[in-house]
Design a protein around this ligand. Structure first.
Ligand code: ATP
Ligand code: MG
Length: 396
């Protein structure tokens, strides 16, 4: 008999009146994600998502890996459905989990009966199945307190389901329930993690990347597209807006005092990002900024860069240590690409002694010779929009 997935809803169950809307979104997201792996039926009952392959061609392993990255789910298990009678349940456990039990030192059975019409209580189910399994697997001892392996039996409306231990889901809220935000994506470790963190809260992500050809190479740009592609494993397809920043950086170099280079450059980035964001329906900006990490990440510097925008700026990494950020980058699979040694436009024309405690007055004075609006319009007129999705070929 076939295998299906039971996916347990996360925080959605707390959403009260909005629960229905959240569930609809989640089901839609899972359906879309499953398409690449064949013909699957996806439905939600009793706070559980059922993902069921409809034929033998379905790529179960691929679908399972994809489900592990979908936001809105706390835990996932692969299970075998069977008829709702105790003999069928036992046969299903034996056929599906018998090998696992042979390898374990001890076990217990945990049952849940949401179909109250089923004639046995949960405890009676566990005792009966446990007893029969103990006989069939004499080397695997029953241990209800600290078992090496747990067999789960769920008697639900449509069928009974048997499975081994669940694995953690991606957590968070279903993509799309929290609106849309624009992430400033560099080629570094931090910004892909920042995009992931906000995506996890149900937000659709779009990205903007500034590059300074010929100061930064084509490879550096592809690195950023590759980082975006890796993040789409979690957040679904996204658009990356590629903005040429060369002219602006040269104008800053030629017209502004060196100690303000980075700050002025970052103010342009923010303002251009906000304009693209507004055009595309994004209601917030996301950056990978982290308090105290570099000169432009002091409170004073953040105030000066944030002053050019009026949408919220989300900085999900602001209070984390580098080690914490790196461990998330490793978990989501962006670390290896992020540390490839291609330059970022932030490292072009870096001042020797950057201003760490600027005031807004000092910065606006330092940029007075620039025609901001003309430079911004010029950059906006050349934006290249690239759609990125996980099943694209790698960019590097
Ligand atoms: P990251 O690891 O994300 O590059 P960082 O620690 O190197 O961050 P900065 O270089 O000061 O820090 O950049 C801070 C934030 O500004 C980045 O996290 C990113 O959100 C944004 N940013 C920097 N450079 C670019 C760029 N070339 N294009 C788009 N956004 C950028
Ligand atoms: Mg950087």
């Amino acid at each position: 008999m076939k295998e299906i997935f039971l996916l347990k809803l996360g925080e959605i169950v707390l959403k009260g009146a909005n629960k229905r809307q959240f569930e609809d979104k989640l089901r839609q997201n899972i359906r879309r994600r499953m398409k690449a792996y064949g013909n699957f039926d996806v439905y939600i009952m009793q706070s559980t998502v059922y993902v069921e392959p409809m034929d033998d061609e379905a790529d179960i392993e691929g679908a399972w890996e994809a489900c592990r990255c979908i936001f809105g789910l706390v835990s996932l298990c692969r299970c075998r459905p069977c008829q709702k009678d105790i003999d069928s349940i036992f046969d299903a456990v034996e056929a599906y989990l018998g090998d696992d039990l042979d390898c374990a030192e001890s076990f217990k059975v945990e049952s849940k009966r949401s179909d109250k019409a089923f004639p046995m209580t949960s405890i009676a189910i566990s005792q009966e199945i446990g007893g029969r399994l103990a006989e069939a697997h004499p080397n695997c001892l029953v241990d209800v307190h600290n078992p090496a392996y747990t067999v789960y039996v769920e008697v639900r409306d449509l069928a009974a389901y048997v499975h081994g231990p669940a694995v953690p889901g991606a957590g968070g809220l279903p993509t799309g329930v929290g609106g849309r935000a624009m992430c400033l994506l560099s080629g570094g470790i931090d910004s892909p993690v920042a995009a992931y963190m906000i995506a996890k809260r149900g937000v659709e992500i779009e990205c903007v990347h500034f590059f300074s050809y010929p100061y930064t190479s084509e490879l550096a740009k592809n690195k950023v597209l590759e980082l975006a592609r890796l993040v789409t494993k979690y957040c679904g397809r996204m658009t990356v807006n590629i903005v040429s920043f060369t002219q602006i950086q040269e104008a800053i170099r030629d017209n502004c005092p060196e100690e303000y280079f980075t700050l002025i450059m970052r103010r342009f980035m923010m303002e251009i990002s906000q304009r693209i964001a507004k055009d595309d329906g994004c209601k917030a900006l996301i950056t990978g900024e982290n308090l105290g990490q570099v000169a432009s990440q002091t409170m004073e510097a953040m105030a000066v860069t944030g002053a050019v925008v009026d949408v919220p700026i989300f900085m999900p990494l602001v209070g984390m240590d580098k080690e914490e950020i790196i461990s998330i980058a490793r978990k989501i699979g962006t670390m290896e690409t992020a540390i490839l040694p291609y330059e970022d436009c932030c490292t072009v024309f870096t001042p020797k002694h950057p201003k760490t405690k600027p005031t807004l007055g000092q910065v606006t004075h330092a940029e007075r010779k620039l025609d901001r609006e003309v430079l911004i319009q010029e950059a906006l007129s050349g934006v290249e929009k690239v759609t990125v999705k996980y099943d694209d070929e790698a960019f590097l």
